[in-house]
Structures are given as structure tokens and as C-alpha cells.
Design a protein around this ligand. Structure first.
Ligand SMILES: [Zn+2]
Ligand SMILES: [Zn+2]
Length: 178
């Protein structure tokens, strides 16, 4: 199996009674996330995860917990930034599905519950991480970013550029000074 293959979990061999749960400790592959034109990679790409499945009749409730670190460029200065996340995702997978044309919107199968009765845990993890992301990924909350005029990294140097003058105010001052 390729190192970069998504982590697939087969529900078929599970023989759970109604209401019964089982917990699995597994290795979860986390594919890179594409955000704001940049690729963010997980370090490491494979993390330990705990999956708990409970059989509830026509499907399973599932919980998946894992911790991960995402690395990529700071949105303000493009220097390396990282983000540690503790993910706890919950979902319900219906294994007995009505014909697709009779489905209501809520009944539509999850994107990570596949037709062959397997769960694509990597896909599910990806979506759970996406929900936890802050609005911006920064090298530090105080990142000063790049100078909009010369591109200097203002965390490391002061470039001395003057902020552009808004000449509407200059005109107003001239008028007031008259
Ligand atoms: Zn930064
Ligand atoms: Zn500058």
C-alpha cells in the first residue's frame, strides 16, 4: 500500500449488536490542505487516531480523535507558520440507504462514506480539520507582514517606506488653511 494512500476503514467485518461500540486505534494519513493559494502539509503526515463506532440499527455513529500539526506559509509574511490542532469529529453514517432518488437532503451519504461500505477516514479528517481552521494562519499573532510598497518583511527590518499619503486629506487641509 502506498504511503500516501487515503486511510480507508472497512465497516463490513464489524459485527456489532444494536447499541454496541468498538474503539480502534489506527494510523491516519492526512493529505495536504490547499488554502489561499498555498499548500499546507501535516507534520507528520500520518498520525495516530482513535475511531469509535457505535451501531445504531441502520448505521453507525462515529467519533474520531487525533492531534496534528499543519505547516505552511504565514498569510501575512509568507515565512513558515504552523498550527497545532486537536481534532474530535463526530458523524453518523447510514449503512442502509434508500434509493438515491428518494433521499432527502439529510439522508445524502457523507462524502467519506463510500458505496462499498468503507469509510474514507482521510477525507473525513480533512473536512474536520477545515472546520477548525482559524480565519488566517500566521507565524505569530503579532506578525507585522510585508511592506505593501517594497515587500520587506517588517518582522525583521524597518524599510523606512512612508505610508502613501491620501491626498484627499491634503486638499482638505489646503482648503481649511485658506
Ligand atoms: Zn508572518
Ligand atoms: Zn517598505
Amino acid at each position: 500500500m502506498s504511503e500516501h494512500a487515503p486511510t480507508i476503514f472497512d465497516l463490513a467485518p464489524l459485527t456489532l449488536e444494536m447499541g454496541q461500540s468498538r474503539t480502534f486505534d489506527l494510523s491516519l494519513f492526512l493529505p495536504p490542505i490547499h488554502l489561499a493559494g498555498q499548500d499546507y502539509v501535516f507534520m507528520p503526515e500520518t498520525v495516530p487516531a482513535r475511531l469509535t463506532l457505535t451501531y445504531v440499527g441502520e448505521g453507525y455513529t462515529a467519533r474520531m480523535d487525533f492531534s496534528c500539526r499543519l505547516e505552511g506559509a504565514c498569510w501575512r509574511c509568507l515565512e513558515p507558520a504552523d498550527l497545532d490542532l486537536d481534532v474530535s469529529a463526530g458523524d453518523y453514517f447510514e449503512t442502509v440507504l434508500p434509493p438515491i432518488e428518494e433521499m432527502t437532503e439529510e439522508e445524502e451519504p457523507s462524502l467519506w462514506f463510500l458505496e462499498d461500505g468503507t469509510l474514507n477516514l482521510s477525507e473525513w479528517a480533512h473536512s474536520a480539520v477545515a472546520e477548525l481552521l482559524p480565519p488566517q494562519i500566521l507565524c505569530s499573532p503579532e506578525c507585522k507582514g510585508l511592506c505593501p510598497q517594497c515587500g520587506a518583511n517588517l518582522n525583521f527590518e524597518e524599510c523606512g517606506c512612508q505610508p502613501p499619503v491620501d491626498d484627499r486629506w491634503e486638499k482638505l487641509k489646503e482648503w481649511k488653511d485658506r
